[in-house]
Design a protein around this ligand. Structure first.
Ligand SMILES: *[C@@H]1O[C@H](CO)[C@@H](O)[C@H](O)[C@H]1NC(C)=O
Ligand SMILES: *[C@@H]1O[C@H](CO)[C@@H](O)[C@H](O)[C@H]1NC(C)=O
Ligand SMILES: *[C@@H]1O[C@H](CO)[C@@H](O)[C@H](O)[C@H]1NC(C)=O
Ligand SMILES: *[C@@H]1O[C@H](CO)[C@@H](O)[C@H](O)[C@H]1NC(C)=O
Ligand SMILES: *[C@@H]1O[C@H](CO)[C@@H](O)[C@H](O)[C@H]1NC(C)=O
Length: 425
């Protein structure tokens, strides 16, 4: 693990007054190569420490983060998305449901009767390094006067709600809106925009969007219609997955504004078209010198307990421990879709940081809302008698897994990893 921070800020100290003049001469000549040595030279394990957020000397570095908006340090040689969950009662959860007055009732499991609490205490531990701790003040100071936007489906909405909880001490407790809030002292605005397919579709109504027959619009202008509200943001986090059905055909309207036609297409191919359209919009509209763009990969659902050695007919309902098999992968997470993500974003002209939360979420069969949430409709007696029939193994309890997504977002925003940063090609 190496963390390259503002090492370049340090000047060689010379206690020899006589050498002052030649020292200036020396540094002027050799500054470049000297900085280069410090930045890319060998760093021992002892030197390579995670900076504390208060440590301004350490964080003020610009050289090795040059050109990456908001970055203050660098996390290299460690894949923060590869790791394990460790039980840590002392430091998790990051807040309690009482502390966060605005947990969405759809995700507030404790308030809706979840009897067990162990699921609250797992901390994500990357192999080979530790995540910097989430410091709300640090984030707010760096995003003063900025606009942050979450775009996508209900999983991204959960991430937005988690962010609201992580910043709870700085937002008025009477903040009611489910879609936006401002952190007054820092004039930071954070919004969520429902766009489950990114392009327009027949599922775009914020509430009435449960369509058995989904139709997406994939012709010029369909991103733009949503994206009117994405312009002028400084940090954008987006996703799209929950509404796609890999392995099935997707109804897709193509063509141009004058003439459109409907086509049935493999979901993976349609997904690729939509991501490409998204990337062209980002390339046209986002300034990589000022903005940062993040894509959250597919969240993992847990509807088939046989996949983790449970009994037939089971789901996440009643699960109280994570999965510890490091190779576990949910069949609900399409590898083909993951490949499309890699290919399309890998050839983007604007850098898109991938928040690859699929694997770490896949381990957390215990962390879904299950039956412990406000139900969107009244349950029938049959349902009540058989909780598995209505358990939600898709969304996540808060506090919980999505706080970790945001810890990783925080890490990538301020201490980007080399490998997750996709450079201009
Ligand atoms: C959090 O960040 C602020 C501002 O950078 C700093 O003053 C404070 O010491 C940090 N807190 C911790 C616990 O590191
Ligand atoms: C707050 O930030 C917005 C941009 O998000 C900016 O337009 C506005 O002028 C800022 N207001 C103040 C009082 O600084
Ligand atoms: C970003 O900044 C670099 C260096 O200052 C400059 O060369 C480049 O043209 C800028 N890109 C855009 C899109 O403004
Ligand atoms: C995300 O991580 C998984 C394994 O943890 C890997 O298989 C996949 O390729 C990664 N996705 C991307 C887009 O990098
Ligand atoms: C749901 O149940 C509550 C109380 O049991 C009742 O007041 C309400 O009218 C019901 N709503 C619907 C849509 O049936």
């Amino acid at each position: 693990m190496k963390l390259l921070s503002s090492i370049s800020n340090r000047r060689p100290s010379s206690s020899l007054c006589l050498a002052a003049l030649s020292f200036i001469f020396f540094t002027t000549i050799l500054k470049l190569s000297f900085i280069k040595y410090l930045v890319i030279g060998p760093i021992t394990r002892e030197q390579a420490k995670i900076p504390q957020e208060g440590d301004r000397e350490e964080l003020a570095g610009e050289k090795n983060t040059a050109g990456i908006p908001f970055a203050v340090g660098r996390m290299e040689g460690c894949d923060v998305f590869s790791g394990r969950w460790v039980y840590d009662e002392a430091s998790r959860p990051l807040y309690t449901e009482r502390q966060c007055h605005s947990i969405d009732p759809m995700t507030n499991c404790q308030a809706y009767g979840r009897p067990d609490t162990a699921y609250l205490h797992w901390r994500w531990q990357p192999h080979g390094c530790s995540l910097p701790s989430f410091n709300a003040t640090f984030l707010l100071e760096r995003l003063r006067g900025k606009r942050m936007l979450f775009v996508g489906d209900s999983l991204t909405r959960g991430q937005f709600h988690s962010m609201k909880c992580l910043l709870r001490d700085f937002i008025p407790s009477n903040t009611k809106s489910k879609k936006r809030f401002t952190v007054p002292d820092y004039n930071l605005t954070i919004r969520f925009h429902w766009a489950p397919f990114l392009v327009t579709s027949n599922c775009d109504h914020p509430r009435l969007h449960r369509m058995p027959d989904r139709i997406i619009h994939e012709y010029p202008g369909t991103i733009e219609k949503h994206a009117e509200r994405w312009k002028n943001v400084d940090v954008m986090v987006f996703n799209t997955y929950a509404w796609w059905k890999p392995g099935e055909k997707m109804k897709i309207v193509r063509g141009n504004q004058d003439k459109t036609y409907t086509e049935l297409m493999e979901t993976e191919d349609a997904y690729q078209l939509v991501l490409k359209r998204m990337v062209s919009w980002l390339e046209k509209n986002m300034d990589p010198n000022k903005t940062r763009i993040f894509f959250t990969t597919m969240s993992s659902a847990h509807y088939r307990s046989t996949e983790w050695g449970g009994k037939l007919g089971g789901s996440c309902y009643g699960e109280t421990t994570p999965i510890f098999d490091p190779t576990y992968w949910s069949s609900a997470s399409s590898k083909r879709i993951m490949q499309v993500v890699r290919e399309v974003f890998g050839s983007s002209k604007v850098p898109i940081t991938i928040l690859n939360i699929t694997q770490l979420s896949a381990y957390r069969k215990d962390a879904h809302t299950s039956i412990y949430k406000k139900q969107p409709y009244n349950l029938t007696q049959e349902q009540q008698a058989n909780p598995i029939s209505y358990a939600d193994c898709n969304h996540w309890c808060l506090p919980g897994v999505q706080d970790t997504w945001n810890e990783l977002f925080y890490t990538e925003l301020f201490f980007p990893q080399q490998h997750a940063w996709i450079y201009l090609k």
